[in-house]
Design a protein around this ligand. Sequence first.
Ligand SMILES: N[C@@H](CCC(=O)N[C@@H](CS)C(=O)NCC(=O)O)C(=O)O
Length: 467
Amino acid sequence: MASNQQVKLFGTVGSLFVTRAEIALKLKGVEYEYIHESLTNKSDLLLKYNPVHKKVPVLLHNEKPICESLVVVEYVDEAWTGYPILPSDPYQRALARFWSRFIDDKLLPAGFKAAWNPDVKEREKGAEEATEALKILENELKGKFFNGDSIGLVDIAALFIAFWMPIIQEAGGLDLYRAETYPKLEKWGQEILNHPVVKGVLPPREHLLAFFKTRFQSIAASKGLLVKKIWIPLATGLEAAKRHMAEKQEVRLFGIVGSPETTRVEIALKLKGVAYEYVHESPTNKSDLLLKYNPVYKKVPVLAHHEKPVCDSLVILEYVDETWKACPILPSDPYQRALARFWSKFIDDKVIPAIFKASLNPNEKEREKGKEEVSEALQIMENELRGKFFHGDSIGIVDIAAVYVAFWLPIIQEAGGLQLFTADKFPKLEKWTHEFLNLPYVKPTLPPREKPLAYYKNLFHSLASSK
Ligand SMILES: N[C@@H](CCC(=O)N[C@@H](CS)C(=O)NCC(=O)O)C(=O)O
């Protein structure tokens, strides 16, 4: 690798997220300096480079920081040539992104809940959710690795199953993963743990085991908890996505009127001038086709392109951008792409959950906490907004992801009589909102304002009357 490249990785021993970044760097043969962070005493540099989440890993490439392990892995893949971590075909890339997000959004939270939630009922629920997610992944695994014969993004994301999960369950006396229940995952686990690159970066098993044992003991001691043995067999195996259907349609968007995520995809399709058929789904009576196309989440939007379904709005946006090149919504520079991914993920992980908590959480204390979180998250966005749009003079994936803030948030706050997003507090966001909502391919895509307003007013009414 070129010696004029300065690459540093801020990490901590034993972290599954840091290990992902290390595997990606090693697969590409990138030399890097590892900087150890103590999570109980984080360095000023870490806080400077990842002021939003204050977490490791942070990759520093020629002084430019990249945060969030999956964003780092994609960045490494795009910034260095050599070993391909993501497939080159846009549809296969979308699937890889979908499944790695599935691991972070479903499997990890379920596994952590099963292991460490103080409430025994919640732990049992976590174990059920983890079982369900593992079954889905077992069905998804078709070859030696998730994407065929060599290690890719999904394998790197899923390493938790092969390495951390068995250690956590041994440390806590849990019963989350059994080799005989998941024969394909088990075989895959052996392969990946024996891969020379993976082997070279895994932390020593016994250290991690001791660490987690101590963690379980201190939780048990502080809460008077006994870690209960839990084993919940999966009642129904979920069918893996079947990607063929009888009728041939080129581009079909399965959506629900008033769904912000569906609107994101419509904006991107309109911006690029892609003709599509809109298939309306009812939230209370989803079609068999939708369930077949998105058996994992059973949610809209789903984009079916030549009968191949792509799910998850941010994954769809990247797929659309890679398939139809006009009016790009992601920058071409790998670092700018990583930033765009980081900020659109921030909207999904931080901004939207905070808005929900601030407005519709049944618990008043939680709502108050939510309001603080919204204010903090919007302030971060306000500071990030430097040009007319998030990427500069034309709109991109972050603006599209933020349609929720521009359109839905003002409606929610009006319906609930809240003051979350005000022009005096967030003047740049306010200006951006007007620019964005008035764009010719955004305005006609939005639902008539009175509809979501009436919907949210209703929700607020039922929340008030349930108290
Ligand atoms: N979503 C993040 C998660 C990173 C993460 O949770 N890192 C942990 C170490 S395993 C951390 O830095 N924790 C410090 C903290 O929570 O304050 C990623 O994928 O990079």
